[in-house]
Write a protein that binds this ligand. Sequence first.
Ligand SMILES: [Cu+2]
Length: 102
Amino acid sequence: MKFIKAAIIATLAATSVPAFAAVRTVTLGVDNMTCVTCVPMVKKSLSQVRGVKRVAVSVEAKTATVAYDDKATNVAELVKATTNAGYPSRLKSAASEQRRPR
Ligand SMILES: [Cu+2]
């Protein structure tokens, strides 16, 4: 019985998600940003995505840098959010990854 118990615990440990979330920072290339009033529009669309922590938008670089919890959302969702707001985007670079201490 001891062996079976150990096997169950091992299975649970292997299938459960990690006890910490990773915050990822990505830069999206954003289309259709032509003036400064586009910035809050893009920023708002990204901020409304669940799990998004920070958004920085540059109209000059035509980019949006987004920090998000990778357990709550993903790049596809971010791209969808700006695209739905009228600003199609794509992943430009994945800058860094930070893990919160347990
Ligand atoms: Cu504009």
